[in-house]
Every structure is written in C-alpha cells, then in structure tokens.
Write a protein that binds this ligand. Structure first.
Ligand code: NCD
Length: 325
C-alpha cells in the first residue's frame, strides 16, 4: 500500500495562507473563497474556448513543463492546451522517453527542468507525496496532476465546476462516489473539495476497495451495497478499477464486480430522477457502467467534465502565475 499519509504530507496540509499559493498539491491548499474564485474564472474560459479564437495570452513568454510518469489522455492534453491558449511555451515529457529510462532520479529530473527556467512544472507520478518530495528543487509553481492514490486536485476542481454548472450549486447536494475508492486520488480530492463546498459525500465500494482512512477527509458515509448508497443521490461519480495499483486482484472477477457495482438504468432509478453521472475517465464500458449509460448524454456529464478540464487548468495557471515574478 502506498504511504500516502506520510507525516510530511500532514505537515503540508496544516499550512494554509490567504494569498494564492505558489503550488497546488491538493485542494486544501486553496481556501473555499479561492476555489470559488477559480471556478468563476474557469467559467470565463469555457466561454472563450467555445469561440473561434481561443487565445488569451495573459501568460505570454512563460514556460510550462508537463512531466508525466503515468499514462494520461485528458489531464496531459488539457494542461498542454491550457498553457498554449494562455500564450505559454509548453513542453511535454513522459517518463518512457526521458532520461528516467537511463536511471536519472525524479529529483535530478526536476532540477534539470527547473534549470531551464520553467515557470510551472506539472507532475504526475505513481508515488504518493511525490510533489512534496521535490518542491525544494522548484523555483516556479509545482502542480500535482495526480500522485499515486493520494490527490488529484485539478480533477476535483473540474468536477466541482461541472456539478456547479449543471446543478447551479454544490451546497446540500448528495454526491455518491462509487467504485475503487481505495486506489482513487480522484475520490480523495473530490471528497475534500466537494465537502468543503457543502456537499454530503458517500463512498460506495466493495469491502476490499473501501479505505479505512476516512478520517483525514471530510466526513463520509460508507456503503457496501450500491442500491443503498445511490438512494436519493444527486450526483453519482463512477470510478475505474485501478488494476495498476493493486498488488493482488481485489475483486473476484470483472464480471462479478459489474454484477455487484456496475451502474445500470435499473440501479440509477434509486437515485434522484435528475441525478447526474460523472466519471473522470478513462471509462471501461461494461465494468463501471453499461455501454448504453456511457453514451447517454442526458444522464452523464463525462464530456462536459473534459471541456471543463481545459478551462479549470487555464484558470489555475493564470491564478498561480499571473502576478508571480
Ligand atoms: C484519473 C486519474 O488518473 O487518477 N484519470 C484522470 O486524470 N482523468 C482516474 C483514472 O485513471 O481512473
């Protein structure tokens, strides 16, 4: 199991300033007011991104480096587009084609990129607390794009944006997060952020995929039976089985998992009539949900989440970098 609750990380969580922070490691680096300001600014970027000319070069001449040690489609592409639409020079590096393959350490890789005068480094890494480990080597901003099972703050921000846009508010909504919560940085960051913004959070998972570490997060209700957990939910957030983080199979079989936890129209009927389905992607159809539901644009907001992802990352980069020297 990953040591996602290192004492170093708890030390970091204890710190919160009123100025916009230099780095974003998790959502609790932001105050509620800062998170809301960021979501408001993202709304402006959604409008701008729907125009023919999407450029708003407020960060012209600045440099963004995306350093990804794990696979990514949405997060990486949206950070790249966000940087480019803000006028930045953007470099993308994957571990598989970098000198990490030649034995270079994470710390040396970060120090190397920092020496190129990067204004922001976006890091995705399989190790929980990786950003905390390397922050001393970074002069600009360091943004966590997912560290092991621990945190994925920009995903939580884009999910909050999507919920707010579709429902008009977050406060008072019941959000049921369902699936492999144990290995999910998305579930952890969303629990913190949506909790902070006033939602009631439920976790639905098989016993083998339910964390026992509920306490560091916003209070959650836990459910082992999907029908109970979905009852009267406003938002249903489905999660992928993250096999790459499992040391041994955690479910009897994918077929059995789908039978017990997969979202179907029948199960959806337990939730509110207008319940909205979110999924951070990538979706494994026939595992987390039926093929039909994955294509149901009335009930799901999966592509709206993707659209929000670019805008939220533009807003974040602008807020982190605009006034920094
Ligand atoms: C998620 C991640 O990487 O944590 N994906 C994403 O960023 N959109 C969830 C997942 O991989 O299942």
């Amino acid at each position: 199991m990953h040591n996602w609750l290192s004492t170093q990380y708890l030390g970091h969580m204890a710190h919160k300033s009123t100025a916009f922070p230099p780095h974003l490691f998790d959502v609790d680096d932001l105050s509620t007011a800062q998170a809301e300001t960021l979501l408001d600014l993202a709304g402006e970027y959604v409008k701008r991104n729907r125009q023919k000319d999407k450029k708003h070069p407020v960060l012209k001449g600045r440099t963004l480096i995306n350093l990804f040690f794990e696979s990514s489609t949405r997060t990486r592409a949206s950070f790249e587009l966000a940087g480019k639409r803000l006028g930045m020079d953007v470099i993308n590096l994957s571990a598989s084609v970098s000198s990490v393959n030649k034995g270079e350490s994470l710390l040396d890789t970060i120090a190397t990129l920092n020496a190129m005068q990067a204004d922001a480094i976006v890091l995705r890494h399989p190790q929980a607390s990786a950003p905390e480990l390397v922050k001393g080597k970074v002069d600009g901003s360091l943004i966590n794009a997912g560290d092991g099972c621990h945190a994925h703050p920009t995903q939580a921000l884009l999910d909050a944006f999507t919920i707010r846009a579709k429902k008009g508010h977050i406060k008072g909504l019941t959000v049921a997060i369902c699936g492999d919560i144990l290995h999910s940085r998305v579930a952890r960051s969303n629990t913190r952020l949506l909790g902070m913004l006033g939602a009631k959070i439920r976790w639905i998972a098989p016993p083998t995929l339910m964390p026992i570490d509920v306490t560091p997060y916003h209070p959650v209700e836990t459910y082992y039976h999907v029908d109970d957990g979905l009852k009267d939910a406003d938002i249903i957030m489905m999660l992928r089985l993250q096999k790459e983080r499992m040391t041994a199979p955690s479910v009897a079989s994918v077929r059995d998992y789908f039978a017990r936890y997969g979202l179907t129209y029948e199960r959806l009927a337990q939730a509110k009539a207008d319940a909205l389905i979110l999924h951070p992607g990538p979706v494994n159809r026939g595992v987390e949900m039926t093929y039909e539901l994955a294509d149901d644009l009335e009930r799901t907001a999966i592509l709206e989440q993707v659209e929000a992802g670019v805008a939220v990352r533009q807003a974040l980069l602008e807020m982190l970098l605009k006034d920094s020297s």
